[in-house]
Design a protein around this ligand. Sequence first.
Ligand SMILES: NC(=O)c1ccc[n+]([C@@H]2O[C@H](COP(=O)([O-])OP(=O)(O)OC[C@H]3O[C@@H](n4cnc5c(N)ncnc54)[C@H](O)[C@@H]3O)[C@@H](O)[C@H]2O)c1
Length: 256
Amino acid sequence: MILKNCVALITGASQGLGKAFAEALLKKEAKVVICDINRAQGAVAKAEFDQRYGPDRSMFMACDVTSLPQMKDVFCETVQTFGRLDVLCNNAGINNESSWEKTISVNLVALIQASYLALEHMRCDHGGKGGSIVNVASMSGFIPAAHAPVYTASKHGVLGFTRSLAEASRLGNYGIRINALCPSFVNTSILDTINHEENLGTFYQFKDSVKNLMNVFGVLEPSDIAEGFVQLLEDDSLNGAVMKITTTKGVHFEKY
Ligand SMILES: NC(=O)c1ccc[n+]([C@@H]2O[C@H](COP(=O)([O-])OP(=O)(O)OC[C@H]3O[C@@H](n4cnc5c(N)ncnc54)[C@H](O)[C@@H]3O)[C@@H](O)[C@H]2O)c1
């Protein structure tokens, strides 16, 4: 996919990884819709992007990804403003074991919902022009984590859904590539959730094991992950791929 002038919708893009993905695409002269529940941080990101890339290249929409009406509005507004939709990045995510149903809702249910909305807009076999979906999973999509069983379940779910939908797209000639991105630890605010008992609930007692893992494996920067994200979009051969990014191996792919 040539990213210049393509239109991308990124959830949870006010800060952290989503913001880095948005900036990487703006650098490639794409147009970006930043969708996030955090209005204040969204306004900051939009102002920064306006200054660096011009006000016409991006749009911020305050939105809760778990709300179907709000997400439908985001998709409609994207197409009305920029005339098309080429990329969806399902990036919004939380780590809250106390409100575990909410974690499943944001990390998995909303990701499925947004993917289906994107299919409606992009499927070639339904009159669309094709496109690309990147679902942000995690290394927690592969390995157990005592401090975060439900977060881990949600990310395992993202991988199963992504690979299955990619296969449906291939067999059904949707013209849409669907891939997953699995970073290890990255320096964003989600890492701070492990320091708070109200997030981890009964699993707070295991927080030191994950801190030890961070010390052993190190912590990446969002820009490191954005490089992999761009690769997933630009490489038209990738569908159903599961990209892992770690400090030890850099960008590599899970072999199934
Ligand atoms: N940072 C890491 O170590 C790491 C590692 C692997 C995967 N991930 C994944 O990366 C993604 C991005 O997380 P991050 O690290 O940038 O954390 P972050 O907390 O900085 O960003 C998450 C963003 O999602 C937004 N968000 C949360 N709930 C939302 C909702 N209901 N509707 C809309 N937006 C919502 C937040 O406002 C925030 O801007 C998540 O899916 C996370 O699970 C992060």
